[in-house]
Design a binder for this molecule. Structure first.
Ligand code: HEC
Length: 197
C-alpha cells in the first residue's frame, strides 16, 4: 500500500514539473491584442497582470476631477513587460498599461470613515510599439465601456503630459513605488526628471 502511495506521489510530482516546464515555454499571453480592424481590444484579464499603484483623487486629469475625494485609479502592466523592466529598467516593445478608474464610495457595509473602491468609471490604456505607432512610439486609448477602440490622435493631451512629466520613458514610474528604485539603479530615469515641483 505504502509503495503504491509513493508511486502515485512520484507520478503527480512529475506531472506538475511537466506542466511548469510547458508553461515556461509558452509565449507570454498578456499585452496588447487587436481586432481585425486594428482597434485595441479591451483586455478581459488585466486584473491578472501586475498591479503597480492606486491613486486617490489625483488631479492631473482623466476622470479625476470632481468633488473630493475624486476617483481611485489603479495601474496594471502586462506581466512580461514588468519582468523585463525589473532586469532592464526599461519597457520592452508591446508593453501595455491599463489605468482603471473606480468610484470612491463611503459608508459601505461596516465602513464609517474613509473610502472604498466602487464601480469602474472608465478604463484607459497605453501601448509601447514603435512599429505600429511610428509617430509617437507610445499610443493612448480611452475605452470607456467599449470593447475595442482606435488610438487617440497624437494631439490628445495624454501624449504631451506623458511625454513631459514622466520619470521613465513616457510612464509615471515616479508614482510606482516598487519600480522607481529599479529605474534609479539602472540609470533609466530621465535626466530632466525632478522629484518636486
Ligand atoms: C496632465 C497629465 C496627464 C494627462 C493629460 C493624462 N495622464 Fe495618464 N497619467 C498621468 C499620471 C500622473 C499617471 C499616474 C497615475 C497614478 O500614479 O496613479 C498616469 C497614468 C496613466 C497610465 C498608466 C501608465 C503610465 O503611463 O504611467 C495610463 C495607461 C494613462 N495614464 C493613460 C492616459 C490616457 C489614455 C490619457 C488621455 C486620455 C491620459 N493618460 C492623460 C498623467 C496624465
Amino acid at each position: 500500500m505504502k509503495r503504491i502511495i509513493l508511486l502515485l506521489l512520484g507520478v503527480s510530482v512529475l506531472a506538475v514539473e511537466w506542466r511548469l516546464s510547458v508553461d515556461a515555454q509558452q509565449p507570454s499571453a498578456d499585452g496588447p491584442r487587436y481586432a481585425e480592424n486594428g482597434q485595441l481590444l479591451r483586455p478581459a484579464d488585466y486584473r491578472d497582470w501586475v498591479y503597480l499603484t492606486s491613486g486617490l483623487g489625483m488631479t492631473y486629469g482623466p476622470a479625476g476631477a470632481g468633488n473630493p475625494p475624486g476617483n481611485f485609479d489603479n495601474v496594471f502592466v502586462s506581466r512580461a513587460a514588468y519582468q523585463r523592466f525589473m532586469t532592464m529598467g526599461k519597457w520592452p516593445a508591446k508593453t501595455m498599461f491599463v489605468l482603471e478608474i473606480r468610484r470612491a464610495d463611503q459608508h459601505v457595509s461596516i465602513n464609517n470613515g474613509g473610502y472604498t473602491q466602487g464601480d469602474v468609471v472608465t478604463l484607459e490604456a497605453s501601448v509601447k510599439d514603435e512599429g505600429r505607432f511610428p509617430e509617437t512610439g507610445w499610443a493612448y486609448f480611452a475605452f470607456g465601456t467599449a470593447p475595442s477602440v482606435a488610438p487617440l490622435p497624437a494631439s490628445a493631451s495624454c501624449y504631451s503630459c506623458h511625454r513631459q512629466n514622466t520619470a521613465v520613458e513616457w510612464t509615471f514610474v515616479q508614482f510606482y513605488p516598487t519600480l522607481m528604485g529599479i529605474a534609479r539603479r539602472m540609470g533609466t530615469v530621465k535626466p530632466e526628471y525632478v522629484d518636486k515641483h
